[in-house]
Design a protein around this ligand. Structure first.
Ligand code: PEP
Ligand code: MG
Length: 493
């Protein structure tokens, strides 16, 4: 304002002021503070864009909006009101990325990594997003529109047909009971999950709340949001994962710069190096349960050695003791570990001895076992859930957990793939946890399957050495069981 009063025009005054702030940040020694310069620059650019445009900045989204972005972020997911939103398209990214997983949990068709789409030319233009095939059709022909309208109707009929089963338990035709839980992150997941009859939460991705914020949420703020989650699901179990940042999950206010983020400072590694962050979160989780007595379970991500578990448990016990000393009456929660690093597969028994439950994070386990970056579209074909090595590892983890009489679940996307779910059930996984979009589909398939048939399939696939052959074999068996129409899964490209 002072510069404008001296006669500068607004845009130039803004540029000068922002540049001088950014220069100050750039000169700071501390990496965290230096990075804040980017925030000021971003803010300056946004103000400048408003100054230079005649539009009011209020976007009226039309019916059937498809949000097209160069790189979809978790914050973008909430931009368009859900009653107007029908699809997401991202030029960059991949179908296994966290943002793609969140988009699928919303039940919105999403295509990632479309590559050379000229997004600036597509505003308000007609488009079809095929989340099954991972394709986008711009300016569709009349026959394409007719074809996809038919698919939309079929899908709606399929979902409607499944809805009646939401209050039924999942039991195979020959009487074997399987627990189907949900993965949550966004608050919208809670209502969808309850509507679909989730029996518990197998993975609450607490980092989503941290990612939506512009600073670390305080212990009180965390407690409030965890309490909402517990209240919504009580008395059903809720498995809260401790902060899993790093890799592709960045906090703008806690920058991590690394050449290989997925092999770097992720999950438990970050929180054990910052016990103040870990303790605040654990305290918030335990205190959130006061007076509810829900079945709270705490789960540790990215564990690669038992030393990490010992240290985390020491901190959890310390937090619990302090809370009790403060006069709060709560139960000590169960503590479990995610098996998502190959080292944890080989040490599954040692881990199971120390904790109350194991849960396989197959998204990361596949990435690390097959050395395929889950965010790299270039190698997406090599990311194979039915890879024989992956199946052997999953089988070993289930055996290891059971030999220690501990429960074992799986909370990666694989659990929501009906063909994989059949195999996992046969391996003895006690809990399959998936996004709520897949819940009824998996329930329908398993409830119409025989455990004895699933065992036969498992026995056969464990002798096979090729992922494509295994996939074809399982698909054929699904057809044999009359469930072929349910194996069409969203591929995301
Ligand atoms: C996994 O890795 O399978 C998992 C469930 O965790 P995330 O996808 O959040 O890394
Ligand atoms: Mg993971």
């Amino acid at each position: 304002v002072a510069l404008i009063k001296t006669g500068e025009w607004a845009q130039s005054a803004l540029r000068k002021v922002i540049s001088s702030h950014v220069a100050n940040f750039d000169a700071m020694g501390d990496l965290y503070l230096r990075e804040r310069g980017a925030d000021v620059r971003g803010l300056g650019n946004r103000v400048l864009a408003r100054l230079q445009s005649s539009d009011t900045g209020i976007v009226e989204y039309p019916e059937n909006t498809i949000l097209v972005s160069s790189e979809l972020t978790p914050a973008d997911l909430a931009l368009v009101p859900t009653d107007k939103l029908v699809g997401f398209v991202s030029v960059k990214g991949s179908g296994k990325s966290h943002v793609a997983i969140l988009a699928e949990a919303m039940g919105v068709p999403t295509v990632m990594a479309v590559g050379d789409l000229p997004i600036e030319l597509l505003d308000h233009k007609p488009m079809i997003v095929d989340g099954f095939q991972g394709t986008v059709i711009t300016y569709p022909k009349a026959e394409e529109v007719t074809y996809y309208e038919k698919i939309i109707k079929e899908e709606a009929a399929l979902v409607e047909g499944l809805e009646g089963t939401s209050d039924k338990l999942c039991v195979t035709k020959d009487g074997h009971r399987v627990r189907l839980w949900v993965n949550t992150g966004l608050m919208t997941d809670v209502a969808r999950s309850l509507e679909r009859g989730a029996e518990g939460v197998g993975l609450y991705r607490t980092e989503v709340h941290f990612m939506m914020n512009d600073r670390f949420p305080t212990e009180e703020e965390q407690k409030k949001i965890y309490r909402e989650h517990l209240l919504a699901f009580a008395p059903r179990p809720v498995t809260m994962r401790t902060l899993d940042i790093g890799g592709d999950k960045a906090l703008s206010y806690f920058p991590i710069e690394e050449a290989n983020p997925f092999l770097g400072w992720r999950g438990i590694r970050v929180t054990l190096d910052h016990p103040e962050i870990f303790l605040a979160q654990i305290r918030a989780m335990i205190r959130a349960n006061e007076g509810i007595d829900a079945d709270l379970r705490i789960m540790l991500p990215m564990v690669s050695s038992v030393a990490e578990i010992d240290e985390a448990q020491r901190l959890i016990s310390q937090a619990y003791r302090e809370i009790i000393e403060d006069g709060v009456q709560v139960e000590m929660p169960d503590v479990g570990v995610m098996v998502e690093v190959p080292a944890a597969v080989y040490q599954a028994r040692d881990i199971a001895k120390r904790v109350d439950f194991l849960s396989v994070g197959s998204n990361d386990l596949i990435q690390y076992m097959l050395a395929v970056d889950r965010n790299n579209a270039q190698v997406a074909e090599l990311y194979q859930e039915f890879h024989p090595a992956v199946l052997q590892a999953l089988n070993q983890v289930a055996e290891a957990a059971h030999s220690e009489k501990k429960g074992v679940g799986i909370c990666g996307e694989m659990a929501g793939n009906p063909s994989a779910a059949v195999i996992l059930m046969a391996m003895g996984y006690d809990v399959l946890s998936m996004n709520s979009t897949r819940l009824l589909l998996v329930k329908h398939v398993l409830s119409n399957f025989d455990m004895s048939h699933a065992h036969e399939i498992l026995e056969e696939v464990l002798t096979m050495d090729n992922a494509y052959l295994i996939k074809n074999y399982v698909d054929e068996q699904m057809n044999r069981a009359g469930l072929g129409q349910f194996i069409r899964v969203r591929k995301h490209s």
